[in-house]
Ligand binder design. Structure first.
Ligand code: FAD
Ligand code: NAI
Length: 466
């Protein structure tokens, strides 16, 4: 048996890599994690989930005062914005959390190897000129922004930015054009709209939020429009030119034609993300990519090369932090000879706008495509007593269940607290629940979560409060 430096070497310290490293060390494996960034935590903690949620929270507080919600409750206030302070608070949150991972690495005796990793062979990587060997290597290198030809991102210039730049603007844009009506576009578009920017979203498809349930997408479009976002659906940007503080964009219909020029003070490119594999020298390890540039694995996260595993955004599946974390945990269990499983059918997704948008499992459209007979139950938040009391009645809950077995196949919702409400349905689906199981489960009153129970009742019967 070869003598390796480590039992396990993980490349990348994002949610996938750091969880894999900590779990592997907890299971008694000698573990190192290579990270080229100055701080641990990957995209999620440094330039993704955490800073975006911090700004969503701060900007929502500002918006609550501005948009009349305070006035509804007889409170008047004139808010002023100190953007520098808001950004500093976001940076503080990021620092505390990335520092927390460093603490956890030390506590669990995970060695952080600083630098960029490139394979030399299936058991050897080069990190900052040093050869490091391991019995098992996990690729958890994540993803980065997909570039848009003709629209060059320059985060330092702060005019045409990607999500990283949009999290760090030093002024509120006068007019922000967001290219891409997906999760990033809507979350960060919401941040800047709330802080005072005019926001135009240019989306290639005829609806926002691809992948989500059709009714949810339609309703989301109405809500964002009502909030003041201009939506240019079925349009694409074909070029952008910066001239001082103005960006001129050429926009045309997705199918081509009707070219027009729109001007903006700032542009956010958010048309998706692609796996990070450049500079890894995968060929030296004998690994190939699939047509989408991803590393394929089996259900245990083994790649085609024995001893090499892969998880997170670099493998197929939704690019979500919790999915990466679950895979990180599972791959560590598998490397240690235990059983690590991730149920790919039950991974929730949440858009942290106001209201929040959340879903798990299949959409009604997917049920149709797969020829599945389903029953659907819906309940509006306007009939939920807590939402009514709080005056936040936008949205609905939709439960999709198998017509024959009643097993819940998908749940979709728009509601102020959808990101928290989805959790009970994820757990129910994980346990193979029927809509009746949810309908007969006691839900505290008055809570927004009661809308889930009522939507479940609506699958086979009649909700009480509608
Ligand atoms: P990453 O987090 O991308 O980490 C990979 C790490 O590997 C990076 O730190 C990188 O520097 C390092 N690396 C890459 N190559 C090498 C190499 N060769 N050598 C050394 N190190 C290397 N998901 C959610 O679930 N919820 C959210 O709210 C959410 N918000 C987001 C907001 C934004 C603006 C963005 C951009 C993303 C958001 N995501 C969110 C997605 C989430 O960030 C990713 O799904 C998650 O970070 C993927 O984790 P990962 O471990 O696979 O990779
Ligand atoms: P996305 O895939 O969510 O949305 C990209 C959008 O851009 C799509 O609607 C697509 O149709 C559109 N598009 C593509 N090309 C276009 C073009 N040329 N012109 C106009 N529109 C175009 O990708 P996004 O928003 O960049 O996010 C990347 C990833 O990060 C997602 O996979 C998401 O899961 C993850 N993320 C998750 C968050 C969360 O869980 N709350 C928050 C932010 C990101």
């Amino acid at each position: 048996m070869a003598n390796y430096d480590y039992d396990v070497l993980i490349i990348g310290a994002g949610p996938g890599g750091y969880v894999a490293a900590i779990r592997a060390a907890q299971l008694g494996l000698k573990t190192a994690c290579v990270e080229s960034r100055a701080t641990l935590g990957g995209t999620c903690l440094n330039v993704g989930c955490i800073p975006s949620k911090a700004l969503l929270h701060g900007s929502e507080l500002f918006d609550e005062v501005q948009n009349g919600h305070f006035a509804t409750w007889g409170i008047t206030a004139t808010p002023t914005l100190d953007l520098g302070k808001m950004m500093a608070e976001k940076t503080k949150a990021v620092g505390e959390l990335t520092g927390g991972i460093e603490f956890l690495f030390k506590k669990n005796k995970v060695t952080w190897l600083k630098g960029h990793a490139a394979f030399e062979d299936a058991h050897t990587v080069n990190v900052a000129g040093e050869k490091v060997t391991a019995k098992d290597i996990v690729i958890a290198t994540g993803s980065s922004v997909t570039p848009l030809p003709g629209v060059t991102v320059d985060n330092a210039g702060k005019r045409i930015v990607d999500s990283t730049g949009a999290l760090d603007l030093d002024e509120v844009p006068e007019h922000l054009v967001v290219i891409g009506g997906g999760v990033i576009g809507l979350e960060l578009g919401s941040v800047w709209r709330r802080l005072g920017a005019k926001v135009t979203v240019v989306e290639f498809l005829d609806q926002l939020l691809p992948g989500m349930d059709g009714e949810v997408r339609k309703e989301a479009g109405k809500i964002f429009k009502k909030q003041g976002m201009e939506l240019m659906l079925s349009h694409k940007v074909t070029g952008a030119k910066v001239d001082g503080k103005t960006v001129s964009l050429t926009v045309e219909k997705s199918a081509g034609g009707d070219e027009q020029t729109i001007t903006a003070s700032h542009v956010l490119v958010a048309i998706g993300r692609r796996p990070n594999t450049d500079g890894l020298a995968l060929d030296k390890a004998g690994l190939a990519l699939n047509a989408r540039g991803q590393i394929e694995t089996d259900d245990d996260f083994r790649t085609a090369v024995p001893g090499i595993w892969a998880i997170g955004d670099v493998v197929p599946g939704p690019m979500l932090a919790h999915k990466a974390m679950d895979e990180g945990h599972a791959v560590a269990e598998n490397m240690a000879g235990h059983t690590g499983i991730v149920n790919r059918d039950v991974i929730p997704s949440v858009v942290y706008t106001a209201p929040e948008i959340a879903g798990v499992g299949i959409t009604e459209e997917q049920a149709k495509e797969r020829g599945l007979a389903v029953k659907v139950g819906k309940f509006p938040m306007s009939a939920n007593s807590r939402a009514k009391a709080n005056r936040d009645t936008t949205g609905f809950v939709k439960v999709i269940a198998d017509a024959e077995t009643d097993r819940v196949l998908g749940v979709w919702m728009i509601a102020s607290l959808a990101g928290s409400m989805i959790a009970q349905t994820v757990q129910a689906m994980e346990f193979g629940a029927t809509s009746e199981d949810i309908a007969l489960t006691s839900h505290a009153h008055p809570t927004h979560a009661e809308a889930v129970k009522e939507a479940a009742i609506a699958v086979t019967g009649k909700p009480i409060h509608m």
